[in-house]
Ligand binder design. Structure first.
Ligand SMILES: [Cu+2]
Ligand SMILES: [Zn+2]
Length: 195
């Protein structure tokens, strides 16, 4: 425990010191030099700390928006902002392939399911890792939601969601039907990209 704590500290402080040392240089140097310093520091990170998916409508639909992911320890904070939906419930999942190119987003494949289990309710019992809580669009067809989930990660390990996709469905997810909860057509799709 104590040893781990010390290791964490030694990881954090050099970065802060580096930033402090760099500050006078950034203030004095030309803009492009400052940019080079900042991007160099960012690329030293081993895993993405945040990711974003630009959600675009599939053919014949209007749903779109932005979903942002931020890793907070062993949890993932998710901020969802969507519009152009029909009011009511919409199934919402991470699908295994980061490919929204098909007009119906079938190119995104099935639900992200690294542990090979059945589809279900993310809050109760067995479910795909990619099964997210379904969304409720208000009367204006909008969703604004923040939630924190365990399990999914950014950039490392079998539970990494960077390079996969988010799909919004036309109807509610019954959390029972296999393999996907019977939530109807894919009305919007977005690839999850590291920030
Ligand atoms: Cu889905
Ligand atoms: Zn599922």
């Amino acid at each position: 425990m104590f040893f781990n704590y010390n290791r964490k500290e030694s990881k954090v402080y050099p970065t802060k010191n580096l930033e402090r040392r760099m500050l006078p240089k950034i203030l004095c140097a030309a803009g492009f030099v400052a940019l080079a310093v900042v991007s160099g520091a960012a690329s030293a990170d081993t895993a993405a700390a945040s990711a974003v998916a630009q959600i675009e409508p599939t053919q014949g639909n209007k749903a779109k928006g932005v979903v942002e992911f931020t890793q907070e320890g062993d949890k993932m904070h998710i901020v969802i902002k969507l519009s152009g939906l029909t009011p009511g419930l919409h199934g919402f999942h991470i699908h295994e392939k980061g490919d929204c190119s098909a007009p119906d987003a079938s190119s995104a494949g099935g639900h992200f399911n690294p542990s090979g289990v059945q589809h279900g309710d993310p809050m109760h019992g067995t479910h795909h890792l990619g099964d997210l809580s379904q969304l409720t669009a208000n009367a204006a067809g909008e969703v604004q939601l923040e939630e924190t989930l365990p399990g999914i990660t950014l950039g490392t390990g079998p539970n990494n969601i960077v390079g996969r996709s988010l799909i919004v469905h036309a109807g509610p997810d019954d959390y029972k039907a296999q393999p996907a909860g019977n939530s109807g057509a894919r009305v919007a799709c977005g690839v999850i990209k590291a920030k």
